[in-house]
Design a protein around this ligand. Structure first.
Ligand code: ADP
Ligand code: MG
Length: 454
């Protein structure tokens, strides 16, 4: 069905349910400007009609359009009978991707090492907040297993731990591609251990790890409280350590502050070098913003960068998010923004950082989007209509609230964390490779953040 045929069919249905005068008033001179599978854009003659369609007829139009094209999830209304020039110029999916705060680039992850090439020392700004951690990591990269072992890096969310860990791994492979390096988040290693216990092949797992030259475990704090996992991890740690193989760990807090961490592990973690990462100062925040704009090949007013650096202080990920949002908006409207406009744009962002995204809001946005009820996400059902939304919900809970995998499993009806990890990784891959999934996630995120604005 072409988009013209689709709209004609929808109009046919609407006409049947409305009086002639009503139908003419609201639907004359409307058309579908773009049909992108998940999203359609409907052009309307003026703002008044746009508002009415959005507020009074949206549900009905959506239901009708879905009877002809079930994959459509979202309708946007725009004034005019063609899309703005700037939209047409661009790849459409890029256009909507840019409309959310983070415009993610496709990940370039090596399946052998789990390392992402984008994290390098070159793209890492050094300031007084991370000087020690950076120096220790560079020393490790130059002198594997001999400088500091283990190296333990800790600091708050979004301050560059993962970046530094991965940069170290990448540097080692760059200097010597024969080295065996593995980067793994602690939740994944936990899942692997649990799985190997279940399948009775712990020894195989241990020997796989024993072959490494460097093991990097990110967010090790999540290992706490898991007895069997700590047991096996301890053995692996000792094996590598005994052979002078490098171990790097990160955590959101120092070893002594991780509750329910076994004493023998704590003392091992404290046995090498401990380096912290703090909150960057203004100069460093500005330098990071400048580097990111340079990477994106974009020039922004110095005052605008200064404004962002002044107002977002505690989290580099948020700093980048704000920058991406400004870039997206200035591209959509095809103009450079001044400080006043940026201030307005970031007002909602600043008052509602993503930390405040609640799991409830995410579950509601996902279930609304897929037209199911939030309780369907929690129930045991394996029906296709709910399995996929549930996986998407798991993914978004992880990405947007940084909940741990077991917490997410708990929220979704007491599911096992390995199920959550599986879902997370599946959706993550799909988001990078599948256009429809990418669009769906963009649109759901828009819903989440729009509810903030209200
Ligand atoms: P953490 O693991 O501590 O939560 P990340 O390493 O994921 O934080 O960093 C969050 C974002 O900020 C990443 O996109 C990362 O590239 C960026 N970032 C953090 N520190 C720096 C830095 N010093 N220079 C450049 N980018 C940084
Ligand atoms: Mg991290």
């Amino acid at each position: 069905m072409t988009k013209e045929e689709l709209w004609k069919a929808v109009l046919g249905e609407m006409e049947l349910s409305l009086s002639k005068a009503n139908f003419t008033t609201w639907f004359k001179n409307t058309s579908i400007l773009a049909n992108e599978g998940v999203l359609v854009i409907v052009g309307v003659p003026n703002g008044f009609i746009k508002e009415w369609l959005e507020n009074k007829f949206h549900k009905q139009i959506l239901t009708s359009i879905q009877t002809f094209s079930p994959e459509i999830r979202e309708i946007k209304y725009t004034i005019g009978n063609s899309l703005p020039q700037s939209t047409i110029k661009k790849d459409f999916s890029q256009f909507i991707t840019e409309r959310v705060f983070e415009n993610k680039q496709p990940a370039d992850i090596n399946p052998q090492t789990n390392l992402n090439k984008k994290y390098s020392f070159d793209s890492f700004i050094v300031g007084s907040h991370n000087e020690l951690a950076h120096a220790a990591s560079s020393a490790v990269a130059k002198n594997l297993g001999k400088a500091y072992n283990p190296l333990f890096i800790y600091g708050g969310v979004g301050l560059g731990k993962t970046h530094l860990l991965q940069a170290t791994g990448n540097k080692i492979l760059e200097d010597d591609p024969t080295k065996k390096v593995l980067y793994i988040p602690s939740e994944r290693i936990t899942a692997e251990i649990v799985e190997s216990v279940r399948n009775k092949n712990v020894e195989e797992l241990k020997s796989r790890y024993a072959k490494l030259d460097m093991l990097i475990v990110d967010d090790i704090q999540f290992i706490a409280g898991k007895e069997k996992t700590q047991d096996i991890f301890f053995a692996t740690f000792n094996e590598l350590y005994g052979k002078n193989k490098q171990i790097i760990l990160s955590s959101d807090r120092p070893p002594k502050a991780i509750p329910a961490l076994e004493e023998r592990l704590r003392s091992r973690f404290e046995g090498g070098m401990i380096a912290d990462i703090n909150i960057p100062d203004f100069e460093t925040r500005l330098a990071i913003l400048k580097l990111k704009t340079k990477q994106k090949d974009i020039i922004l007013d110095e005052n605008v960068l200064g404004y962002i650096a002044t107002n977002i202080q505690k989290n580099i990920r948020e700093l980048e998010g704000a920058l991406n949002r400004i870039i997206a908006v200035s591209q959509i409207y095809n103009k450079t923004l001044d400080v006043k406009e940026v201030k307005k744009l970031l007002a909602t962002y600043l008052s509602t950082p993503y930390k405040k995204t609640t799991p409830q809001l995410i579950l509601k946005s996902v279930s609304d989007f897929y037209n199911i009820s939030p309780s369907d996400l929690i129930k045991r059902s394996r029906k296709k209509e709910v399995v996929r939304p549930r996986q998407i919900a798991m993914y978004l809970l992880r990405e947007e609230t940084k909940s741990s995998f077991p917490e997410i499993g708990q929220k979704l009806g007491g599911r096992d964390h390995s199920t959550v990890i599986h879902a997370y990784e599946k959706v993550k891959t799909e988001e990078e490779t599948d256009e429809i999934t990418k669009q769906e996630i963009v649109l759901i995120k828009e819903r989440i953040y729009q509810s903030f604005d209200k």
